[in-house]
Every structure is written in C-alpha cells, then in structure tokens.
Design a protein around this ligand. Sequence first.
Ligand SMILES: Nc1ncnc2c1ncn2[C@@H]1O[C@H](COP(=O)(O)OP(=O)(O)OP(=O)(O)O)[C@@H](O)[C@H]1O
Length: 261
Amino acid sequence: MASVIELVDTTIVRGGQRILDSVTWTVNDDERWVVLGANGAGKTTVLQVAGAQMHPTSGIAGVLGEVLGTVDVFELQPRIGHAGSALAERVPRAELVRDVVVSAAYAVIGRWREEYDELDLERAVALLDQVGIGHLADRTFGTLSEGERKRTLIARALMTDPELMLLDEPAAGLDLGAREDLVSTLAGLAADPAAPAIVLVSHHVEEIPPGFTHVLMLRHGRVVAAGPIGSTLNDDTLTSTFETPLTITQHSGRFAARRAS
Ligand SMILES: Nc1ncnc2c1ncn2[C@@H]1O[C@H](COP(=O)(O)OP(=O)(O)OP(=O)(O)O)[C@@H](O)[C@H]1O
C-alpha cells in the first residue's frame, strides 16, 4: 500500500480568502474516496491540488510520490485520469466515441491522425465495454446522452492506465436512470482490484457508489471529518458539513439523506 495523495497542512489563498485551510489528507492506492461538501466548500480546489493543477500557498502537497513545487507537473499529470464537465465541453461533437477514448493515449482531444495503433483501439473499445457503452463506440460524441458522455469520459480517463482517477461531480445533471447507471458503473470500477485509486467529488450521498471506502467532508475549506465511510459518515458529520440538520440512512450499500425532523 502506497500513498497517492498526501496533503499536510495544505492551504490555498485566493482573493485574500483561505479557500483550503490547513487540509491534511492521505489517500492510499487501494482506496476509493468521496469528497462531500456544500457549494463553495473547496471540493474542486482539493481535486485541483490532487491533480497537480494547483500548488498550495502553504503546507505540503504530495501527489504520486512527488512533492508539488519540486517536480515537473507535465510529467506528473499524464499519470492522473480526469473526468469532469470541463473536459466534456472541449470534445468535438463530431468525434467518434472510440476516438474520444483512444486519443487519450496520445494526450490530445480530437482525432489528429488517421491511424491509431490497433492495440490502442482494442483497449479503447474494451474500456467502453467496461463502462457499459461498448455498443456506442462508432457513434459520434455529439449524439450521446449526458450519461453516455460521462461514461465515455470515464473510459477516456482510464485509457492511459492512470495511478489516480479524479471524478468531479460525474452524476451532475443526470436523470435518475442515468445516475443509477453511472453509480453501477462506478461501483464496478471500485470493485476492480486493477482500478486506480479513485477520488469522486459530490454534493449528494445518494451518488456514493457501493464499494467506495472513504469519505472526506469539507466545510469552508476545512476538513470536518475524513476516514472510512462506515465510521465517518453519520448524522453529526453530515449536519456539520452542510450546516443544516440532516439524518442519513444506509441500505444495501447505498446512502440517503434528508432533513432531520
Ligand atoms: N480564483 C479565486 N479567487 C477567489 N475565490 C476563489 C477562486 N477560486 C475559487 N474561489 C472560491 O473558493 C471557494 C471554493 O471553491 P470550489 O470551487 O473549490 O468549491 P466547491 O466545493 O467545488 O463548490 P461547488 O460545489 O459549488 O462546485 C468558493 O467560495 C470559490 O468562490
């Protein structure tokens, strides 16, 4: 077991505000984390640090065994898979789905050469199968539903065999059926011992896939609680995180929250 993210007293200051405030957090390579917090809590910021896209103002941030600020981030970033809405907006709508995935191996978005390595193409289609949309490999990205696009981007993020996978609100904007399909896909990924360490940002406990092992709870840039889901996610920590009285239930590995009566 090795750590893939190691933040020690990591603080980020922007516009005079501590948008991350003394965050200490360790993610090991066999763990699947959910980051929970209200709007503006610092979830995306912590993901940007974990993705070597932002350096701490103070404190230490270690990612994949390297300390940010002492390493060439352009060597580090290809070892990290991302799937978020910012990437979805950059994919050309006329791109074939399998090309959206395979082009990750060439660190580009958008098909830029006529011939891809046959093994790369086979891997791309296998990954699309793994996320449940192998049958869509020859469609164009623009014709996919929101949920199918999200799953395409997860397959793309896996294409480079990353050591760390970062998912920023993958279920945002999905209808109930598409959300459930995505949760199943992510549960499958979480259960795969060959899958990388995963960090998933969400606002909603209903989106936590079964098999996710740990939770980091943030409020106003500070850690409210962090640790194994079973012992960390409860009425008290959820109420404190969202600053509203909440109660949480668990059934068959899934969570649901509502206002406490
Ligand atoms: N460049 C910046 N200058 C000033 N404030 C910033 C800057 N970038 C982010 N912030 C602030 O930092 C806080 C944390 O932002 P962040 O995007 O990490 O929150 P979040 O938890 O991901 O929120 P959401 O759930 O709404 O996406 C927010 O209050 C945001 O306005």
